[in-house]
Design a protein around this ligand. Sequence first.
Ligand SMILES: C[S@@+](CC[C@H](N)C(=O)[O-])C[C@H]1O[C@@H](n2cnc3c(N)ncnc32)[C@H](O)[C@@H]1O
Length: 299
Amino acid sequence: MNILELLKANKNILKNGNIEEYDIESELILMHVLKYSKSELITNLSKTLTNNQIEKNNKIIIKRLSFIPLPYILRHAYFYNSKFYINKSVLIPRQETELIVDICASILNDSSQKSSSKILEIGTGSGAITASLSDKIKSKNFHYIATDIDTKTLKIAKKNILKINENIKLDLLNNNLLNGIIGEYKFIISNPPYLSKNNMNNLQCELKYEPAKALFAGEKGYEVCEKILKQIKDFNIKFENLILEINPLNAKYLMKKTNNLFSNYFSYLIKDYNKKNRFILISSIKMKNKSSDFSYLPN
Ligand SMILES: C[S@@+](CC[C@H](N)C(=O)[O-])C[C@H]1O[C@@H](n2cnc3c(N)ncnc32)[C@H](O)[C@@H]1O
């Protein structure tokens, strides 16, 4: 059997097993088994596979048919073109979150303010945001502080961030939100848990494999976001920019809170690639939303 034949067989089996992304996942499985990049896979389609390789492929397919998310089977996920080590103690980084990296990088590249050089990420998980942002703006000498409530998660974040940017100035803190955090920040970033009780009761089966503490926020879903906003205000933490990923269903409620708490800032609700209200950006500077760099901002 050659690569093309196994690729086709994988696609059929996964499709019949109701795996939504059967196409891309079939490729990712074979790339993993053969230790190939995508281009190596595509240019070697007629190559004959060994029995060992076919067996390894089939074991992965069987696990995937039981709806274990592929990144937990392969122990890695891609985020912003980089490969991140993943296990069941961390959330699988999502594609929509990549926009946080673009937004932060464009603001930081554009910013001429020379005050704080610190970037704080609350709830870093796999470290995907901090790693990708620090890699994208390598020339800027920022000091990154990445926190998480879970110590196992922090170990994974450390491994991932240092693999992508070995020269990063980084502190990792085992912290409950902003408790104990003081100082002044150029950017505060968070993609906190934001699913509601209702969301949790109707979880798709694949989400059930992910850590509940990374997903579940409370009865309404906005509780952790609201707490972050309130703590920043109450603890008098100074910042130039703050971005939060939110549950689109809570956008109206959280924007109202934001405008009340930070009336001296400019606040923006930003949509994700699927046109859902996914991010709240609070900034001390008015964004030039006509510029192509800031095309994600509402007009
Ligand atoms: C939605 S995940 C985001 C992970 C990662 N930043 C990403 O975007 O892929 C939320 C993260 O917040 C962490 N977390 C949950 N409650 C927290 C708390 N009270 N304080 C700090 N981190 C918390 C979880 O352990 C998890 O890693």
